[in-house]
Structures are given as structure tokens and as C-alpha cells.
Design a protein around this ligand. Structure first.
Ligand code: ASP
Length: 436
């Protein structure tokens, strides 16, 4: 029988009704043997995520303020779920221990992790699956980085004798037993680690959307769904902000060639999106998706004979490194080079970076262009195909949009354009319409 690892996000487990959907999904396929839950998420737009409330409890204790009010909200959520599911499970006992730990000054990682811990205890009880604490199977080094080898060994060893289990997402423990969390959204990473360690057949990541869409639905009305996407394409799209999945969740499963299926807990009949290593020829679309982001600044540097000056770019990039700033893109000409940097990276550092470039690189001119947006059009199917770039540029020109920058890597899976912020939505529409 196949083995499927299922990870359910916070909105999939936000209340008892959602728990029921999750149980139906798991019962519908016996291969769904190991389940990785998140903490309860928002039930509506005004609601709070349990993880946020737990961080708040920790902040209250740190500031010497009582955590009673916030903790009561947390208690109500969990007690409500247990009650509505009619479970004979003493959640109060666990809540009291956690409250005391928090009052005694437990770490912020410990506080945040309890959302997944409690939700997994409830879910394991509800499903009749064994509970495996992530602190025993997800191993961190004492510097906070993941110890992948130890994690794979611990997962394999523990789960080999347990046919069906619930393993909380988001956290593990270091070698001293201290609880350590991944960055926000990290339950995806736990699911990926369990999948890779057990060499499972599929990693199902259940959320509240039916997979990826070809473009942002806030801009394009009802964009087409993406049925299959490669890891490389997804990386190009997520790099521009299309994030449904934690970035670190991709590498463990990709390494061992296991596909991920993004599924919707509220519409389990939808196929969702498969993320795979390679596409069948029949699945190749010219364009898989379009994504973009506003608010970049371009620093354009010119110097005569730049192309023959050894070490020019090294000096330039080391200035960014010294300022702890990463760049998004670096298009260049024979005597010019542009640094495209997101405004969030550049804040408060622009003047100092420019001064340093003047001092170290001695350029003929430096010009700063703010308010730039980047749009990437991604598709493995565009490789070796003629006319894709022409189609994008014609669409933008017809929409009266000036292209300020163009970039295409030799892998030919994406074409990046830089335009004015003000033209962002119009440009996404123009490109989407040209291919649909
Ligand atoms: N509960 C954690 C968060 O809100 C982790 C997760 O949901 O994946 O970030």
C-alpha cells in the first residue's frame, strides 16, 4: 500500500467543523497514514491565529503583564473544539501545564510550538492515531539550524513501528531538549521532512485554496488553476511572492523526487496543484504562471571600460554584503551595471550604500530609479519556443506600458520585466490576457 503524508494548515483545523472535514479526508484513503497539523488558524478575517496569541502570551510575561486574558482566548478555542467534537479528552490538564510554563518564563519558541502540540493531541485522539511528539523526531543543532541526518534517523526509527500517527508541525528540539521552531509557516517543513524520511509516495499539503493559480486573483478575475508545476517554476514564482508553501518545504522532498499535491480541505474533490520534478511533454504549457512584486529601487552605475576592470562587480557586491542587503537582479551592459533591490532591503541604507560605491568603485555616474515593479512570466514550455518574449512585449506595448528592464536566464524558463509601480496591475492583465 502507498504511503501519503498529509499536512493540514491552520485554516483546515480552525474549529470542530474543520476537524470533521479533515477526518473525512483521512478516512477516505487508507494510504494517508501520517498527519502533520498546524495550530488553529483564523475562523474569519477578524479572528486571531493561535500561534499569534501564544507569541503574545510570551510578550506579556516578558513585559511583566498578566497573560490571563490572552490565554483565556486560547483556552476557549481548544476547549470549544474538544467539546464540539464530543471527545473524552482532558485538554484542561495540558492547558494548565502550558500556562504555568509560560508564567515561569518559557522561551518564545516553546510558547509558539504549543499551538501545534495541543492541536495534534486533539487530532490524534479524534482520529485514533498515535501522537508522536515532534520534540523527539525533529532534531535541531544547538545553534538553531536543523540537523537533517539526525531528524531523518529519528523519524525513520520512530515511525517504522507506528502504522498511523499525528506529528505536530512547526517545531522540534535541540540536543539539550529545548524546543526550537522553524520560521513562520514551518509546519510545511515538518510535513516535507516526514515525507522524505519515510520515502513516502506523496506529500499532500491541505490548505484553503485549490492549489496555485496562474496569476494573483486580487488582480485577475478568476485566473486559471495550475494543475502541474515543476519545483523550478514554483521557485521562480514564489521568489516573486506567490507563496502558498514554505520555501524550505520544497528541498527535502525534491531531493528524493517525491511530488507535492496542494489540496483544498474545503473542496477535497478539486485536483489541486501537483508540484513535480519534471513535466510530461503533454503537460507542458507555454506559460505556467505570472507573478510580480512592487517597490524596488534600481541603482544604475556607469563607468567607462567597466567590462575590462577586474573585480569591479566583486567590489560592488561586497558593499551590499557589508550592509547586509541582498539584491534581486543585476542586469548589465558593457559599461553599466544596475542593482535591483527591494525597498524593504534598502530602507535607511541607501545613502550609505551609494557613498560607499562612490568611494570604492569610483564610477562616472550613479542614478537611482525608485518605484519599480518586477513581473516574472514563468513556464518550462517556453524553452526553445519562438515568439514568447515577443508576445509579452507586444502585450505590454499595446497596453501603453514602458518596459524599463528585461531579463531572461539561459535556462529560458522565465522572462522578467521591470516596469513603473503604477503600471503593475495593468501589466499583469496584459500578459495574462495575451496567453489566455
Ligand atoms: N502555526 C505556525 C504559524 O502560524 C506554523 C504553521 O502554521 O505552519 O506560523
Amino acid at each position: 500500500m502507498n504511503t501519503i503524508i498529509t499536512k493540514f494548515g491552520g485554516s483546515s483545523l480552525a474549529d470542530a467543523n474543520q476537524f470533521k472535514k479533515v477526518k473525512d479526508i483521512i478516512c477516505a484513503n487508507e494510504s494517508r497514514k501520517y498527519v502533520v497539523p498546524s495550530a488553529p488558524g483564523k475562523r474569519n478575517s477578524k479572528d486571531s491565529k493561535i500561534t499569534d496569541l501564544l507569541y503574545l502570551c510570551h510578550a506579556h510575561v516578558n513585559a511583566g503583564i498578566s497573560l490571563d486574558d490572552v490565554f483565556n482566548h486560547i483556552r476557549e478555542r481548544y476547549v470549544g473544539i474538544v467539546h464540539d467534537l464530543k471527545l473524552n479528552f482532558n485538554i484542561e490538564e495540558h492547558l494548565s501545564i502550558i500556562k504555568k510554563d509560560l508564567e515561569d518564563g518559557a522561551s518564545s519558541d516553546y510558547a509558539a510550538s504549543r499551538g501545534e502540540y495541543l492541536n495534534s493531541l486533539i487530532l490524534s485522539n479524534y482520529l485514533g492515531f498515535e501522537f508522536v511528539d515532534a520534540k523527539d523526531v525533529i532534531v535541531f543543532n544547538n545553534d538553531g539550524s536543523l540537523d537533517s541526518n539526525a531528524t531523518h534517523c529519528a523519524l525513520r526509527e520512530t515511525l517504522s513501528s507506528i502504522p498511523r500517527a499525528v506529528i505536530p508541525g512547526f517545531y522540534g528540539a535541540d540536543k539539550e531538549g529545548n524546543i526550537v521552531t522553524f520560521s513562520r509557516g514551518g509546519s510545511d517543513v515538518t510535513g516535507a521532512l516526514v515525507t522524505a524520511s519515510l520515502n513516502a509516495d506523496l506529500y499532500e499539503n491541505w490548505t484553503d485554496v485549490s492549489g496555485f493559480l496562474m496569476a494573483d486573483p486580487r488582480i485577475i478575475n478568476n485566473p486559471k488553476p495550475i494543475s502541474t508545476i515543476t519545483y523550478t517554476e514554483l521557485r521562480e514564482l514564489s521568489y516573486m511572492g506567490a507563496s502558498v508553501l514554505h520555501e524550505d518545504a520544497i528541498f527535502p522532498v525534491r531531493e528524493v523526487g517525491i511530488p507535492i499535491n496542494i489540496k483544498n480541505t474545503n473542496r477535497p474533490e478539486d485536483k489541486g496543484t501537483f508540484i513535480v520534478e519534471d513535466l510530461l511533454k503533454s503537460d507542458l504549457q507555454t506559460i505556467t504562471g505570472i507573478a510580480g512584486k512592487k517597490d524596488f529601487t534600481v541603482i544604475s552605475i556607469a563607468k567607462a571600460l567597466m567590462n575590462s576592470e577586474l573585480g569591479f562587480c566583486r567590489k560592488l557586491l561586497s558593499i551590499l554584503e557589508q550592509h547586509n542587503v541582498s539584491f534581486e537582479n543585476m542586469p548589465s551592459g558593457i559599461d553599466t551595471v544596475c542593482l535591483v533591490i527591494s525597498d524593504s532591503q534598502l530602507k535607511n541604507k541607501k545613502e550609505s550604500i551609494i557613498d560607499e560605491i562612490k568611494r570604492s568603485c569610483n564610477p562616472d555616474s550613479i542614478v537611482v530609479h525608485p518605484n519599480m515593479a518586477l513581473i516574472t512570466t514563468v513556464g518550462k514550455g517556453m524553452t526553445k519556443q519562438k515568439g514568447v518574449a515577443a508576445k509579452i512585449f507586444t502585450a505590454l506595448s499595446k497596453a501603453d506600458i514602458n518596459i524599463r528592464m528585461i531579463d531572461q536566464g539561459s535556462s529560458e524558463i522565465n522572462i522578467l520585466v521591470g516596469i513603473e509601480n503604477d503600471n503593475f496591475e495593468k501589466a499583469i492583465h496584459a500578459i495574462y490576457d495575451a496567453f489566455n
